[in-house]
Design a protein around this ligand. Sequence first.
Ligand code: ADP
Ligand code: MG
Length: 363
Amino acid sequence: MASIQAERLVKRYNPGAPPAVTGIDFEIADGEFVAILGPSGCGKSSTMRMIAGLETITEGTIRFDGKLVNEVRARERKVAMSFESYALYPTISVYENIAFPLRCRGESSVEIDRQVRQIAETMELAPLLGRRTKELSSGQAQRVGLARALIRRPTVFLLDEPISHLDTRQRYRMRQFIKSIHRDFRTTMIYVTHDQEEAMALADRIIVMSHGDIQQIGTPEEIYERPVNAFVAGFVGEPPINFIDGEVLVQDGEFHFATAGQSFLLPHKVQATPGRMRLAVRPAWLSLGSEADHHLRATHFVTERLQDHNILVVDVGRTRVTLLTDPTVVPQDGQNLYLRLDPDRILLYPPDRSQVAADDDDS
Ligand code: ADP
Ligand code: MG
């Protein structure tokens, strides 16, 4: 197992083009499960392939346990990558596929048998050991691939979107397997995904990337509760966070947030500065209040009824806002509603520049 340190890491494929990875720093502890999360093209795979040794490092350093590995070849880094799961040998048994790395290493057949049966048990593959891999479902084949990668006891296990091609149900199952593998093997794991839910469900910490740069590194809770900027706030969470553009005003020495012809007092703990701001609030952090006790007035647009909760979509001025409610709450079309914000969970960000430009055009 190994810890990993990256410093000022840059990947440039073409001298003329902007770099795919722009000089990032991060540290991953021994045995940690870290997800690299971000939209397609943000540099996740480039970062992972530099860690694996499959891509040259343009600038900066990568260390395993403090030892520089920039020039160390992939096979000597003892990393396993999930793509190996696609390269199963179709005509030999599941057993022999899993045993293959140990046979190459010249282990005794007694030792091979012990290890193959142990890992097959963990991964619920024991009943399939005699099958040929071409007879397996894609979820089963994926587990065989993971078992074969893990049996080598890699120092670092790298998974690049390993389950994005599976259907929803299989994805849930594989997610749980991957989590249990980490619990049982304690291998340092790096998991690349564009799916925020996967990252939140699996990782000890998440590295959020955009445009080749790191936006935030934190635990799932930190990323969800205290996103450092509007990009992270908007990328994580489902239904997505609400952004409400408005202005922070000072009245009688206190900060108020004004939007769509109404305003409310910001709780004292909210760090505010006067001027145009974007307020961000998650659907689960909003609730319905009363006319006497509310922060924002809204009108009902539609309600999605999801049995164990409802998703209310409402309009605050021209801004569409979603909130989660009890399934018994079903407002009438166009009904006036009163929204309350959780005072501990109000986020403020600088204004969206395109919004400022549009507002300036209006005036
Ligand atoms: P992600 O995995 O987050 O989708 P990648 O690391 O694959 O992102 O890609 C980051 C950027 O680098 C993209 O703009 C992509 O087009 C570019 N890129 C990736 N691989 C290559 C390559 N082999 N040659 C040239 N450009 C590449
Ligand atoms: Mg990728």
